[in-house]
Design a protein around this ligand. Structure first.
Ligand SMILES: [Zn+2]
Length: 324
């Protein structure tokens, strides 16, 4: 699946184990704030490292900052909030709202990544992983195409909205389809039932989107037919690319663990049938933080795993104990 969001966030891998603000960040972030407020975008740009500059020109940086200025106004206060995946998070009070801004610095104290959400994030809950026990949303064995905590294993890690997401396929003899790959029905996972991982409330339904022909992307309706479930703990599960006309629930419905809620499809910005599944800390898929999704008990490559977060190339299946 393609990335959703307007500003980039580049993850860096050097360690940072403290939850306290580092002094070097304080200085850079304060310069960032001053330059942003005085519209001296070339000074903001001067804080970027070469990889970020390669990604973003000065003109593009100016455009992005202008968008933020017109949406939110000046930054009145930037308060260190937490450290998230090596990034320093600053809860920033703008004239027109409150946002959490993410920064990473390289070893020369230049900005190697930053992220500014499109909307306010004040009062978003923060959790490191799900506390609600989950079963895997398929009855059959499935294959993890993208999953895990590194960009190599899981390209979703490059985008904070989607980090820790899974792209799920079903595979036999090393291939996700049998027969003609230009037909959706050739893909093993296409049309398979998706079951609710836990008791939950349906908080968003997007439907009415056709399945793509394999290889033809719908770049308008990014997530395609979509469901978002809310757990009792206000954790949000997003299911994207669902099959046209397969969603069996409506907004406001309560669903039970194991209940069939939809079928896997090929709608939205996707090249072939798969399930994009993620846990997030708000209902809004375009303004959220992707979070680790563990399953209570799975059979992984033939072995039982408890409280497991699948990774790329795992074959996984619910245990018979919790399969409904
Ligand atoms: Zn995906």
């Amino acid at each position: 699946m393609k990335q959703f969001i307007l500003l980039l966030f580049l993850l860096v891998s050097y360690g940072c184990f403290s939850q306290n603000e580092q002094e070097n960040y304080q200085k850079v972030v304060s310069e960032f704030q001053t330059s942003y407020n005085s519209s001296q975008d070339e000074n903001v740009y001067a804080l970027f490292d070469s990889s970020l500059k390669a990604f973003l020109s000065l003109e593009q940086t100016s455009e992005l900052l202008d968008t933020v200025r017109s949406n939110f106004g000046r930054m009145k206060k930037m308060e260190f909030w937490t450290i998230h995946n090596s990034a320093h998070v600053y809860r920033t009070t703008f004239e027109k709202g409150v946002c959490d801004l993410f920064f990473t610095l390289n070893e020369k104290n230049l900005i190697s990544g930053f992220f500014i959400p499109k909307n306010n994030t004040e009062n978003t809950s923060r959790f490191a992983r799900n506390v609600t026990n989950m079963i895997f949303p398929f009855k059959e064995e499935a294959f993890v195409f993208w999953g895990g905590e590194t960009v190599e294993a899981n390209y979703h890690m490059a985008d904070i909205n989607q980090q820790y997401a899974y792209d799920i396929l079903m595979v036999a003899n090393g291939a996700p389809y049998k027969g003609d790959p230009s037909k959706n029905k050739s893909y093993f996972i296409f049309g398979k039932d998706i079951i609710a991982p836990c008791d939950a409330k349906v908080v968003q339904v997007i439907k009415g989107i056709k399945d793509n022909l394999p290889g033809v992307l719908n770049t308008t309706d990014i997530t395609g037919n979509t469901l978002v479930l809310e757990t009792a703990q206000k954790e949000y599960l997003l299911f994207a690319h669902l099959k046209a006309n397969s969603i069996r629930v409506q907004e406001g419905d309560k669903v039970k663990q194991g209940q069939v809620i939809a079928q896997c499809g090929n709608s939205g910005n996707t090249s072939q049938a798969h399930l994009h599944l993620q846990l997030q800390n708000t209902p809004d898929i375009f303004n959220t933080i992707g979070t680790k999704l563990y399953f209570e008990e799975l059979i992984r490559n033939g072995q039982i795993k408890k409280q497991y977060m699948p990774v790329k190339e795992d074959f996984i299946k619910n245990t018979s104990k919790i399969t409904h």
